[in-house]
Design a protein around this ligand. Structure first.
Ligand SMILES: N[C@H](CCC[C@H](N)C(=O)O)C(=O)O
Length: 282
């Protein structure tokens, strides 16, 4: 089948965007794996599918598939690229847009400087929300925030945050020296995370600045992870290490994350870039 797509990235986290508002989305997991393959296809971390809204007060629905073909709950960098796409494609005249994902309503604003601010909804901290099996483990409390050990992984203390998708974040002294590519997969696929997890490695540079690397569920280390940046900042605020507005330095660019605490929503602001339009036969 011939498929039109748009290649985009949000701070280096890259996407194949498919407009399914005009034609139904019908790719098999195998076709999505080929589309996402960096040698046999176009190549991307995630595939974003834009569909007509299914609820009255939303403007669109937005589905996310990792490059393995697995559908997931949320993608923060993808949400910003979604807004850039629908505005540039003339699918909306709005600049404040509401979109439904699998399990959240997002509110997004395209700023005059081209960056996008996303209301990402509130974080959830209950282990069952990820899900995470805490059986037999005792967390250490830092400022009242639970940091969980992970059995055989000596010295690992994980802050658990759901942004709709699951995150396990640890503080490290030097993010460039962190064992992201060796320890990341061990956390991502650990049995205590039945639906696996995105593994974050956060270095605190100041109370308003962190460096972050994320070994993403399915996709491996990406140059940036929007929900991962939200989860890391929220965990750092709960642990008492960070203030309410934080600049997140990722390998692919800068994100700004703000959270007032409690059940307040997390706000993420960052870039969204179109690279090219294309067609592929799958
Ligand atoms: N790998 C993630 C989905 C993409 C998240 C990330 N690209 C973002 O910007 O939030 C998961 O399986 O939950």
């Amino acid at each position: 089948m011939r498929l039109r797509f748009t290649k985009m990235h949000g701070a280096g986290n890259d996407f194949v965007v498919i407009d399914a508002t005009q034609q139904p989305f019908r790719l098999s997991p195998e076709q999505m794996r080929r589309l996402g393959d960096r040698r046999f296809g176009v190549g991307c971390d995630q595939i974003l599918v834009i569909e007509p809204a299914t609820s009255a007060d939303a403007d669109f629905r937005y589905r996310i598939f990792n490059n393995t073909g697995d559908e997931v709950e949320h993608c923060g960098n993808g949400a910003r690229c979604f807004v850039r796409f629908v505005v540039d494609a003339g699918l909306t005249a709005k600049r404040d847009i509401q979109v439904d994902t699998m399990n959240r309503r997002l509110r997004l604003t395209l700023q005059d400087d081209g960056r996008v601010t996303v209301n990402m909804g509130a974080p959830v901290f209950e282990p069952a929300a990820l899900p995470f099996d805490p059986q037999g483990l005792t967390p250490r409390l830092e400022n009242g925030f639970a940091l969980w050990p992970l059995d055989e992984l000596q010295g690992v203390e994980l802050g658990l945050v759901s942004m709709g998708n699951p995150h396990a974040v640890q503080r490290v002294a030097d993010v460039e020296a962190a064992p992201v590519l060796t320890q990341g997969p061990l956390i991502e696929g650990h049995a205590r995370f039945p639906r696996r997890v995105n593994a974050g490695f956060m270095q605190i540079l100041a109370r308003d600045r962190i460096a972050l690397r994320v070994y993403e569920r399915d996709a491996g280390e990406t140059l940036a992870c929007g929900t991962g940046a939200c989860a890391a900042v929220v965990a750092g605020i709960r642990a008492g290490w960070l203030d309410a507005a934080v600049e997140v330095q990722t390998r692919g660019g800068l994100l700004k994350i703000e959270w007032a605490g409690g059940d307040a929503p997390v706000l993420m602001t960052g870039p969204a870039t179109k690279v090219f339009d294309g067609e592929i036969t799958l």
